[in-house]
Design a protein around this ligand. Structure first.
Ligand code: SF4
Length: 365
């Protein structure tokens, strides 16, 4: 049987794109351009239109990440991409690639689809094999160097984001902090080589730390837990961390790409959370429970659980979270995002949650 034209090695002039996911597109761009020597099409910033576009062509019952990715793929095609990358996951995300591809074919889109669903993050060789299929003359030395830099970029993005999250709510000049971050991401896109990435990271961390903050001795602390895509993508969660920070909350989140890549399997979560869950419920549900338990034990004032509507693994985690909430007397706000989530309704719930945990903190003094 002849190999489908969509499964053949990529032509050298391919224009590759990957759906927007937080700021990680910068790292993906580096890998494609430097590692493969091909063109990367940066997906346009997601907007309401992206979501509506995805929702129009996706099955109604799928989770929001599917719809957002589909909308994003369509916008990438409009921006000139002819090759789309899809990754796998430990939930139905592993099947999304085929479904996205089928929908795009039915719409008459003549694009190539690269699906990394079979690859294993804990075994980088599986990715190398896949890339070799895409580019049989792959320069392994060049690709490996680019891959190492890509991982370092991801780590640096996560480190700067975490620092920003902790400080922005108390900054004397939040606009200056915003500008530092915007400039950091702009410069990171141009960085080449570990040395440049490191210099840039260090300079940005120093600049953020030098910004004056007026943090109370005992700030209100909120831990954010939940489904990996919705929690890490600010557009998907209506940037709730930023909203919380502007209310004067110290926001902490364990889940990011670095922790997912390096610490998810090795953390031996199950023994730690054995009172609340006995089996792995799939996707990142165990990390949700583990992080919530950590925040509860560390005396955080509140926890916010973020998920997409219809996300089975995170729905399964909710009873465990309710038990943690009862055992440690820590309030948990459950937020479920879909294509209909309204900004006003969300802000009202966040403000009510903030009022409740701040009054509680006052009463306990
Ligand atoms: S973890 Fe949940 S929201 Fe995310 S892709 Fe899987 S089912 Fe969808």
């Amino acid at each position: 049987m002849p190999v489908s034209k969509y499964r053949q090695p990529l032509p050298p002039d391919s224009k590759i794109s990957f759906p927007q996911f937080g700021n990680y597109g910068i790292a993906m761009e580096h890998l494609i351009q430097k590692g493969l020597g091909m063109t990367y099409v940066m997906p346009p910033r997601m907007t309401r239109h992206t979501l509506e576009l995805g929702a129009r062509y996706a099955p109604d019952s799928v989770c929001a990440p599917f719809k957002l990715n589909l909308g994003c793929f369509l916008e990438c095609i409009d921006a000139g991409a002819d090759t789309l990358i899809q990754t796998g996951g430990t939930c139905r995300l592993g099947y999304y690639g085929e479904l996205h591809e089928q929908i795009l074919r039915d719409m008459g889109k003549d694009v190539r689809f690269v699906n990394f669903a079979e690859c294993d993050f804990s075994r980088p060789k599986t990715f190398v094999d896949e890339f070799r299929e895409l580019k049989p003359d792959l320069d392994i030395k060049r690709f490996t160097a680019a891959a190492v830099e890509t991982v370092r970029m991801v780590n640096a993005i996560d480190e700067v984001d975490a620092l920003f999250r902790r400080r922005i709510g108390f900054a004397e000049d939040p606009r200056a902090m915003d500008a530092i971050r915007t400039n950091w991401l702009k410069q990171l896109r141009m960085a080449d080589g570990i040395k440049q990435i490191e210099l840039l990271r260090k300079a940005t961390v120093r600049m953020l730390e030098n910004q004056k903050v007026n943090m109370p001795k005992h700030p209100i602390r909120v831990g954010v837990v939940g489904e990996f895509f919705t929690i890490m993508d600010p557009f998907s969660n209506h940037d709730i961390e930023y909203e919380l920070a502007h209310m004067g909350v110290l926001v902490d989140r364990w889940m990011d790409m670095t922790n997912c890549m390096y610490h998810y399997r090795s953390r031996k979560m199950l023994p730690r959370i054995k009172e609340y869950a006995h089996y792995n419920m799939g996707a990142t549900a165990m990390a949700t429970i583990d992080a919530a338990l950590h925040y509860a034990k560390s005396g955080f004032d509140g926890i916010i659980h973020v998920k997409s509507a219809g996300c089975t693994p995170e729905i399964d985690a909710i009873p465990a979270l309710q038990n943690i909430s009862a055992d440690y007397h820590v309030p948990i706000l459950y937020l479920s995002f879909d294509t209909q989530t309204s900004e006003t309704g969300l802000n009202t719930r966040l403000e009510a949650f903030y009022d409740m945990i701040s009054m509680r903190k006052q009463a306990r003094k």
